[in-house]
Write a protein that binds this ligand. Structure first.
Ligand code: ADP
Ligand code: GN1
Ligand code: MG
Length: 371
């Protein structure tokens, strides 16, 4: 699709969605790797301007956007009821879908792209890295609370938006296939990284094995608990809203914990090319552990708590495996901004895995301190 055709489609989508006010303009927004996100501006009758989030859902990643939106609508309605019970603000403490003019949760355009819009959460911020450690702590409370709030959500009604999303052994198999196919001839560049994964293949079975033995429960989980999937209030400094609900599915609580750790408990960005700047940050790990357990507020079993460090290492290793696979397959999944972007991302993740292995006892001790 040319840029011009794309713009036509955005305008078509804006036309179909029941936004308030008169449309002014839109621009690209945020730093997500999967969807195309825009902010739109609209003028209200009193002259003020209102903003919305407009997204083109990634149809290659999410094969059934209509099912995905059923999940998002179900979960946000459920959360709204709980927020109201707690006398909270439903407009800011959960995502609010802006329906289409004919009352649907998404708009499918004439070439089959899926669009959806949300109320923009104002007077709040979203961070790509931990700038203030308290933000990380607040995000931990919010992600823990999110899980607790959804503990009685009817999990059987959720669609699996990406099958085997956090099934790490399956991710290893996909990597092996990409290595065999070596479509771009990149394998020779990454033999160390491939060996790094193979040395840890046995480890990747840890959580699935416990689950199959009935020792680890399935919960309703977010599955993409990066710091930039949480919105922090500019005035109170509290994490008010969990966003990016595309991957809500039954999963392991420890993976929600772990994904936050891999993204936030580090001294470098996810794509930092200089590995000397990337170190696992044990004190941020401790802060997050404290907040997450506080937010979960007794809803985790002893086995789940035991497995928190494993969740951290698992999600970091898995994310590295996914970046590496994408590098070998020609960068078809994660949005990249330069040729070796996925390789840089792979290396930061594996550096963090090595650091975690070196700090393993301390990681276990921290969990035991707050359990
Ligand atoms: P992706 O799946 O591509 O990561 P997200 O749903 O996380 O997409 O959105 C991308 C970014 O857009 C977020 O990181 C955040 O900065 C911003 N964003 C998303 N939803 C909202 C919202 N309702 N209010 C304010 N900002 C939002
Ligand atoms: C993607 O969509 P975004 O940018 O929040 C990915 C996550 C990865 C993450 C790595 C649906 O998250 O699983 O952990 O990139 N989301 C999907 O930054 O694959
Ligand atoms: Mg996101």
């Amino acid at each position: 699709m040319t840029r011009e055709e794309y713009c036509t489609k955005i305008n078509e989508a804006i036309e179909q969605i029941a936004f308030e006010g008169t449309f002014i303009d839109y621009k690209r927004y945020g730093s997500g790797h999967i969807n195309d996100t825009f902010v739109t501006h609209h003028r209200l009758e009193d002259g003020s301007v209102i903003r919305y989030i407009l997204q083109r859902m990634n149809h290659d990643t999410f094969k059934h956007p209509e099912q995905l939106m059923e999940n998002v609508a179900g979960v946000t309605e459920f959360l709204k009821r709980k927020i109201l019970q707690n006398k909270g603000d439903v407009k800011r403490e959960t995502m609010n879908i802006i329906p289409t003019k004919d009352g649907k949760t998404f708009y499918k355009d004439s070439i089959g792209s899926y669009w959806r819009a949300y109320r923009f959460i104002e007077d709040a911020s979203c961070y790509d890295m931990v700038e203030k450690s308290d933000d990380f702590y607040q995000s931990a409370i919010a992600f823990g609370r999110f899980q607790k709030l959804l503990a009685d959500y009817p999990a059987e009604t959720l669609h699996e938006t990406i099958p085997d999303f956090h099934n790490t052994p399956v991710r290893v198999e996909t990597l092996k296939k990409a290595v065999q196919e070596d479509t771009l001839g990149r394998v020779k560049e990454v033999t160390d990284e491939i060996a790094f994964v193979m040395e840890r293949e046995e480890f990747t079975y840890t959580l699935m094995k416990l689950y199959k033995e009935g020792k680890l429960p399935l919960k309703v989980t977010h599955n993409d608990t990066k710091l930039n999937n949480i919105i922090i209030d500019n005035v109170t400094g509290k994490a008010i809203c969990v966003i990016d609900l595309d991957t809500i599915m039954p999963g392991f609580s420890v993976n929600d914990f772990g994904d936050s750790i891999r993204f936030g408990a580090t001294t470098g960005a996810e794509d930092e090319p200089d590995l000397t700047k990337v170190n696992f940050d044990l004190s941020l790990y401790e802060l997050y552990t404290r907040g997450f357990l506080e937010g979960c507020n007794g809803s985790l079993t002893a086995a789940e708590i035991d497995m928190l460090p494993v969740g951290a290492k698992m999600m970091t290793l898995e994310c590295g495996i996914r970046f590496l696979t994408d590098y070998l397959q020609g960068d078809i999944y994660f949005r990249i901004h330069h040729e070796k972007h996925n390789l840089d991302r792979t290396r930061t993740q594996f550096k963090l895995v090595s650091d975690m292995e070196k700090n393993w006892e301390a990681m276990v001790d921290v969990v035991n301190k707050y359990r």
